[in-house]
Write a protein that binds this ligand. Structure first.
Ligand code: NAG
Ligand code: NAG
Ligand code: NAG
Length: 722
């Protein structure tokens, strides 16, 4: 086996030299000349994509006297903390790059002020009437996404196509309900770099997903692409499947890297070999036009553009980079400088979430014993040193992280459809191993309902008639079904039956959306990194009380959470589930409108880079409520939840003040400590990396917690956040 891998690796190296490099790279912008104008009136508003006119300079800054232009009120620092230092810099700095002159800077004081107020928004505006540069327009036309369809797995294409009608309805809904929020948004340059697809081993999984149920990551990437396109940002997508084979590093200009693949378990690039190849500056490359485009060339394009945010009204800078841990590793190895400069622009797709204890390598290493259980003391998925809000999750489960989510497939849901007369159950478990040790609960289930299954890797039961009883006896196995077939099966299913694994997949929400009752397996003892092998290397201390804690909160009539190994309780639950007959239900945050609103707002308002004025913070500071932890050993998350709120980690820096602690605890002086529990008692936090909503303190420590409310069924957004 190993030798075969090595051969394959060698083959890779060779093919990198002799084959023309195939890369996947696409640009989507509103300048859709390729496809002409597409207008779709179906949703009631214009969706045509029009090339933007260059902005006109609206202000004749020469009419202002110089003294007026550099005259700032004494409290300018409060709302524009960087204004004065930028003014200072630009007086000489404007000569460093042509783009400043392109923005009409001519060395006069007023041209500096014009640039910093109207183009970059670092300083207060010069007049009341400002028209903002480049706004994002809602564009629910699938044509914008067509160019990327060649480079993504069939599963993703099918999903985007299948749900497009729902996306358009969602776009319409969100424009009707939240027009003010959705219209005045900056058009951003967004890079989507799906590192997941660059990993050969995971790629096999991706291929498998074409005939074996949805894979959380692919599903979420599909929905993210659809959202970003509809809310009208300039989108560049790199899946870079082949670019891994040979990676031209523009940072060093002269190297061609060739990966040597070694795929062992979950870790992927164990070793790599570097070859020094041709010495040619990319700018001088005669064949530049035909050069394969990959994430490198996207990064290079942005690097060449210089430091201005806008030139001629077109946004120049990379604003947001969506990637995953594979992608981040590639950036770290091959684009170190780029990553260093753009660290705060990364948004990392991170299904299970990351806690503060695991973000910095040093804290983890010092405390790894305390933070681990018997299975592993490693932290392979953490240690990125990002702001915790840069980790975007699958469910809204970690208040420290940001909730990205996905959309529940409701295509073809028919509210009037009758469930079959005889109650039926579909067991949640697409592979045979998930059914191990499930004989008892399945046996109970068989007493009440007809059981269906969609196990893909089960040999035909009838062929292998043995005299052993099998958990699959009397189970109707449908084998692999695609999304549509599963949906149809769920439409007639009374109970969707969880066996305890997989944790937090999307399927239970889909079942609920089709009117099935989800039986959610409660864990006798909560599962976590410390006691459950599957979670042992995850960068979180979160405790799973059941297979799907989010659904647990939803409760009846849609969800019953029960210990499936307790025969009596399970019988009661099954009987109850048969009686409930709930209506199809999807929480707003998992609908297209909910996701569009959330992604649009987060991209517009959430600020991770640079200094922000208190008045521009988001969520707004006036939404903050401060509580002390009530019960001993309780986290801030728990404390806020008990008030029907979320813990808002961006507020920690505001409440981390000696005077506040002195008021709250009556201390005469305060200490400072680098601890995930701080601020607590009379101790302030000394390390910004360790602010944590989730950490549970020792029993004698009382934490101070910043909470905020949220829109019902939209956990990521507070009521005053719109
Ligand atoms: C901006 O517009 C000016 C004049 O129309 C043009 O000369 C210049 O090349 C443009 N700059 C960019 C970066 O497009
Ligand atoms: C049936 O069961 C007997 C005893 O339990 C065993 O010896 C035999 O091999 C089994 N037959 C098959 C076909 O598995
Ligand atoms: C923290 O404060 C609470 C009351 O405000 C007190 O009961 C507790 O003993 C204090 N803990 C420490 C470690 O000082």
């Amino acid at each position: 086996m190993r030798r075969r891998r090595r051969c394959l690796a060698l083959l890779f190296i060779f093919s990198a030299f002799i084959t023309p490099l195939g890369f996947f790279y696409f640009t989507i912008s509103s300048e859709s000349g390729k496809f002409g104008f597409s207008s779709e009136h179906t949703s009631g508003f214009q969706t045509s994509e029009v090339a933007e006119q260059p902005e006109n300079v609206e202000l004749d800054f020469k009419s202002f006297p110089d003294s007026e232009c550099s005259d700032f009120s004494s409290n300018v620092k409060i709302d524009y903390p960087e204004c004065l230092s930028k003014m200072q810099w630009i007086r000489n700095g404007w000569k460093t790059h042509q783009c400043y002159a392109d923005n009409y800077i001519d060395g006069s004081e007023c041209s500096f002020r014009y640039y910093l107020s109207q183009v970059e928004n670092y300083c207060p505006p010069m007049t009341e009437t400002i028209r903002r540069n480049g706004l994002a327009k809602m564009s629910p036309s699938i044509r914008r996404l067509l160019p990327i369809f060649d480079g993504i797995p069939v599963y993703m294409k099918t999903r985007i196509n299948r749900l497009w009608k729902k996306w358009k309805e969602g776009a319409h809904e969100v424009m009707e309900k939240y027009e003010a929020t959705m219209t005045n948004r900056k058009k951003l340059n967004v890079l989507v770099f799906i590192g997941f697809l660059a990993n050969e081993q995971k790629l096999k999984l991706a291929k498998k997903s074409d005939h074996g149920g949805p894979l959380g990551e692919l599903l979420q990437w599909s929905d993210l692409l659809a959202s970003l396109s509809i809310i009208g940002h300039h989108l560049e997508v790199a899946t870079d499947k082949d670019s891994l084979r040979s990676f031209r590093s523009f940072e060093s200009n002269v190297k061609l890297y060739v990966y040597q693949f070694s795929c062992f378990q979950d870790t992927y690039v164990k070793r790599y070999t570097c070859f020094y190849w041709s010495v040619r500056h990319p700018g001088e490359d005669a064949a530049a036009k035909n050069k394969p485009k990959n994430v490198c060339s996207i990064l290079w394009k942005y690097k060449e553009r210089g430091p201005c945010q806008y030139v001629n009204g077109t946004r120049q800078q990379m604003d947001i980079i969506f990637t995953d841990i594979m992608g981040l590793n590639i950036l770290r190895q091959y684009h170190r400088q780029f990553l260093f400069n753009n660290r705060c622009r990364i948004r990392l797709l991170d299904s299970f979430g990351t806690h503060a204890e695991f973000t910095t390598k040093t804290y983890f290493l010092q405390n790894k014993r305390k933070l681990s259980g018997p299975y592993s003391q490693r932290n392979p998925w953490g240690g990125h040193g990002l702001d915790l809000r840069q980790h975007w999750t699958f469910y809204p489960h970690s208040d420290d992280n940001t909730f990205l989510g996905f959309v529940v497939d409701t295509e073809g849901v028919d509210e009037k459809r009758q469930k079959t007369l005889y109650p039926s159950a579909l067991v949640y478990g697409k592979e045979k191993y998930m059914w191990e040790n499930a004989e008892k609960p399945i046996g109970v289930l068989k007493k009440f309902v007809k059981i269906h299954a969609t196990v893909a890797d089960l040999e035909d039961v009838n062929e292998k008639k043995t005299n052993k009883t099998s958990v699959f006896d009397d189970v109707k196995n449908h084998g692999f079904l695609n999304s549509q077939e599963i949906s149809e099966l769920l439409d007639t299913t009374t109970i969707f039956f969880g066996l305890g694994f997989p944790l937090e997949g999307p399927a239970p929400l889909e079942a609920m959306a089709r009117g099935a009752v989800f039986i959610n397996a409660r864990f006798e003892k909560p599962k976590s990194r410390k006691n459950y092998k599957f979670l042992a290397e995850k960068p979180t201390l979160r405790e799973w009380t059941s297979q799907n804690p989010y659904m647990e909160e939803i409760g009846e009539p849609h969800v019953i959470t029960v210990d499936i190994n307790n025969e009596k309780e399970l019988e009661v639950a099954i009987k109850r589930a048969i009686e409930l007959k709930p209506k199809p239900y999807v929480p707003f945050e998992f609908s297209p409108a909910g996701m569009l609103l959330r992604v649009a707002l987060l991209l517009e308002k959430q600020e991770v880079c640079g200094k922000i004025a208190r008045s521009k913070r988001w969520p707004p500071v006036n939404q903050m409520k401060i509580f002390k932890t009530i019960n001993s050993g309780e986290s801030c998350e728990k404390t806020c939840h008990s008030q029907k709120m979320k813990c808002e980690s961006s507020y920690f820096s505001i409440i981390n003040s000696p005077s506040l602690l002195q008021r709250q605890f009556g201390c005469s002086s305060t200490l400072s400590d680098a601890s995930p529990f701080a601020p607590f008692n009379c101790t302030v936090q000394s390390s910004a990396h360790l602010f944590s909503c989730a950490s549970r303190p020792p029993l004698d420590v009382v934490r101070v917690c910043p909470c905020r409310d949220y829109i019902p069924e939209q956990h990521a957004i507070c009521k005053g956040c719109l």
